[in-house]
Design a protein around this ligand. Sequence first.
Ligand SMILES: Nc1ncnc2c1ncn2[C@@H]1O[C@H](COP(=O)(O)OP(=O)(O)OP(=O)(O)O)[C@@H](O)[C@H]1O
Length: 835
Amino acid sequence: MAQTDTLLAGENGKVVNRDTPSKRNGPSDVPVSNGKKRSRSADGLEMATDSLLSNNSQRKRRNGVITTGKTSKQVFLQDENGLDAMEDDELARKGKGKKIQALPVSEQDRRAEMESRKARAKKLAIETAALPVNTAQDELVKAILANDTVIVMAETGSGKSTQLPKMLQQHRFIKEHFKQKQIPTPTLAITQPRRLPCLSLAQRVSEEMGVKLGKEVGYAVRFDSKETLAAPGTKKNGQTSIRFCTEGVLLRELGNEPLKNSKNKTAEGNIIPEIKTEIKTNGQASTDKEEHPNLLLRYDIIIIDEAHERTLNTDFLLGSLKLIQAERKRLTKQLEEAKDAPNATESGTGSIEVGVQQSWGGYQMRELKVVVMSATLEADVFSEFFDHAPILYVKGRTYPVDVYHATEDHEEDRVDAALKQCFQLHVTKPPGDILVFMPGQEEIEGLVKSLEQYNNEIPEGLPKINALPLYRVLSQAQQNLVFEASRDDVRKVIVSTNIAETGLTIPGIKYVVDSGLQKERSVITSASGSMSALQTIQCSKSAANQRAGRAGRTAAGECYRLYSEPAYEKRPQVAEAEILRTDLSSAILTLIAMKQNPFEFPYIDQPSRPFSVQAVAELLRLSAITVNPFRLTELGKRMQHYPMIPSRARILLESFHCGCPSEIIDILSLQEAGNPILESASQREKAEKAKATFKHRDGDHLTYLAILRAFIEQQEQRASAPQGGRTGSSVSPTSEWCKDNALNFRVLKEAVQIRSQLRQLAQQQGHDPDVSAGEDSDKVLRCLLHGLFLNTARIQPDKRGYRQVVGSRDIKIHPSSVLADRKVPTILYDEIYRS
Ligand SMILES: Nc1ncnc2c1ncn2[C@@H]1O[C@H](COP(=O)(O)OP(=O)(O)OP(=O)(O)O)[C@@H](O)[C@H]1O
């Protein structure tokens, strides 16, 4: 990596400075939970702390299942009372949202609601009966019951995500199979790489089953869930037995909830084989006998959907499931042999069985079925990984999609080309909504703005355009807007990132416009440390086909690619597995929580050794793990409690010792939500003003803190003002206040939600989230250092840039940072990336 690259510290502007003298405790005197002081010898921490805080300021057989079919109808994420969950005051003011109110529901209303749900379910059952996956039910179910793992390779729109989960719970063969095992209803988890499909699929499947979302069918994504969980071994009315969750949530479950207790003799067998050997040979593991890796005993069947995306989490999950499946099989066999043994009691509950039952945290030990679903022909890689598991091919889709290619490529002028294509479609094509795929937020906002401007020039008699953005950091309410049916006199144009590429059915979409581009974050690792690069890249053929598949779901569709056919043909079939290009620390922490050795784990594709070494080194420096054997430290276990990257979780834990959880929770919440400052070209002047208003001399983290606190104050003022701050009140809606200050209302709202979750999690762990450092920003900086101590740099003698304290890169502060125009002796940054 050439030193001449521009390396920027603090994307989104999170850089802290310390250029004021501090007379506080030196780094070697860090108070620990027991109140004693400990001495730190950790390389990076000490050096970095010295710099930032000290003296003068410086810081992985075939069966043919063939068919075709049709279907259609749309959904909304609803609140408890079945009302659309629109809560943004901005949306409400536009007349698009309803305010949610906890109205008393009479028994009569409840029955009426239930009957209407059942009637809708009946209607949907007729509509979905012809879906390819449904017409092949018996073959699919037989194959799944006959094998531990199957790979289902189905075309987009075949019904795999919505129909297979229901089938695997309701089909008569399934019922018979599980009845024999004394399991009345099997429990399923279905994972998705992204959160939005989890929510919309859970909503759709609950509707198809005629049940309320959050009861039998629920979802769980990071910082949000709607489900009814019962304690192990107990039953609850409406208990969730079809759970849509992100891969990340299932991975966390693996790392977070070890099985406790091991009074029985087979306890050690509970440990995954490779690790068992390690434990026998290493005395340090004695305390681990108290806890065993989670074997996901809550579930009978786990479906990994969209596995072809090969996210980091897909790969770690598949490897873990392979081990868990083998272990559950071995233990179930052992249990059955014990039952059949001559000394088993008459009741069949021999002592060994009782012992084993007790050790599984209240769950019944049983085998696990795994279904891996992929939409690409490259399913062989999964089959091979699962010891040549059968691949079931389901042919056919809902409606046809005609694909057209541009005569030339439009990578450079993508926004203009997309705009022209949308208008051409609007003027020449019959009604039907348009879904445009653009790489990132900036292009999306640019296109939405241009579409809105051109609305005025639409010839009379033609419908107007309702342009809607769709990207990750939009609030849930804003994202829900895209599912809303268009009025007859309006054509909806949804401009989205690849967030809408898989697992989603947006009713009404007839046309897809595809830029063929996506943003990809990768980590560049070298001897001088790692660095992120956010690049715009061409999407794979598989991704392009998924995009085209978003049309043709409720009617026949058309897809217009803004690139030529030869350009499409040159693209790789599938994207490179994320595990080969990304930071592995979070996933490796989870692996170690499962008592796995990250260097011996069964990967589909082995990550490069420097990546693994780097991640392990970071976890060691964060004091989260031990090696020989690989285990979590007490601190590491507590870090697992918070759904954040390890460095942030470490900062949060430290805040409880430093006496500043109030500030740190706020800062981390906003960092998790995204950049609160609107940085687009049109907002630049306002953004500068906003920065000036909230600027904190100690840098971006504290500036973020000031922004979130001002936002919360605005919300509180508005809530206490008469009529909620609308008509007749002097207090303007919070969204207006955000606009005036070039702040992103949606990001701030999400930050407030995350903040409340983090506060709850802290309280569950016995911490008071209100403990504040007051005006003492040093405490907050010291705390940040505990997670970011490797990320410090000193100013160069020529004062033109900074040189890493640990590492040898020359870096510059990102122009968006409040410190961009200052020369400070030492900086602490969140990340560096190549521009
Ligand atoms: N929310 C919805 N509204 C209307 N129709 C829907 C909805 N969800 C699913 N459908 C119908 O069910 C069909 C199958 O959807 P499903 O999500 O199960 O497909 P899939 O095979 O998983 O495809 P993909 O992987 O591309 O999402 C859709 O093509 C559509 O016709």
